[in-house]
Design a protein around this ligand. Structure first.
Ligand SMILES: CC(C)(COP(=O)(O)OP(=O)(O)OC[C@H]1O[C@@H](n2cnc3c(N)ncnc32)[C@H](O)[C@@H]1OP(=O)(O)O)[C@@H](O)C(=O)NCCC(=O)NCCS
Length: 183
């Protein structure tokens, strides 16, 4: 898989009129990445991470991520509004007999949701994944995450299975839903 996503850049106008740039992640995003992920942890978003990151942890994470993009193992598309990174999304290529499968992750910062950024990011990820030769996209979503399930269903993902009580968050079990899309 060629790292085509690392060179992609396009703009679109969100539903509220804001100009959004979609581009690949870069080293200069480090400070933005820290604020971004910590804001999601702070609000208790339905993501796997439950603790804030330190600058050192995030630098390690971003360095490893850029290396995986270079090797063609990862597609990463961020959304930028007024110079701030407000969303991050990815398709991580599986290996071996699952090399045709990509695992999707996506998160939009609070204050930038419901204006079409998630839709546009998923469209872009699917296009880039297709160009890279992937055939199937897979993701996991908390069963209680209605906005995410609505977005994925709208984009053609179908429920493929469930891990009952796959998530334990704040003293409660939540089912984890697996969804897939054929490219
Ligand atoms: C889930 C998430 C990625 C959706 O992204 P988004 O940019 O808000 O989505 P969009 O504005 O493109 O909306 C896409 C569709 O999702 C649905 N949707 C969006 N917000 C919704 C809400 N609050 N309630 C129900 N459905 C909603 C709608 O069907 C919408 O389609 P429409 O605009 O044609 O009606 C975003 O809310 C997010 O990042 N949440 C926090 C982190 C997270 O949950 N990540 C996913 C982990 S699996």
């Amino acid at each position: 898989m060629k790292p085509k996503a690392s060179r992609m850049c396009e703009t679109f106008t969100a539903k509220d009129g804001r100009k959004v740039i979609l581009r690949s992640i870069k080293w200069e995003d480090l400070d933005n990445c820290i604020d971004f992920i910590n804001s999601l942890v702070e609000e208790g978003a339905e993501i796997l991470r439950d603790t804030k990151v330190t600058r050192e942890e995030e630098a390690d994470w971003l360095g490893a991520r850029l290396a995986r993009i270079e090797k063609g193992q990862l597609i990463d598309v961020v959304a930028e509004v007024d110079g701030e990174m407000v969303a991050n999304s990815e398709v991580e290529k599986r290996s071996g007999f699952m090399s045709h499968v990509g695992y999707v992750g996506i998160a939009i910062k609070s204050g930038y949701r419901g204006i079409g950024i998630g839709t546009k990011l998923l469209q872009t990820l699917a296009e880039e994944a297709k160009k890279a030769g992937l055939k199937i996209l897979v993701l996991d979503v908390f069963d209680i995450n209605k906005p995410a399930k609505a977005l994925y269903t709208k984009m053609g993902f179908k429920e493929a299975g469930k891990i009952p009580r796959g998530i334990y968050k704040k003293g409660k079990y939540i089912d984890l839903i697996r969804m897939t899309q054929e490219l």
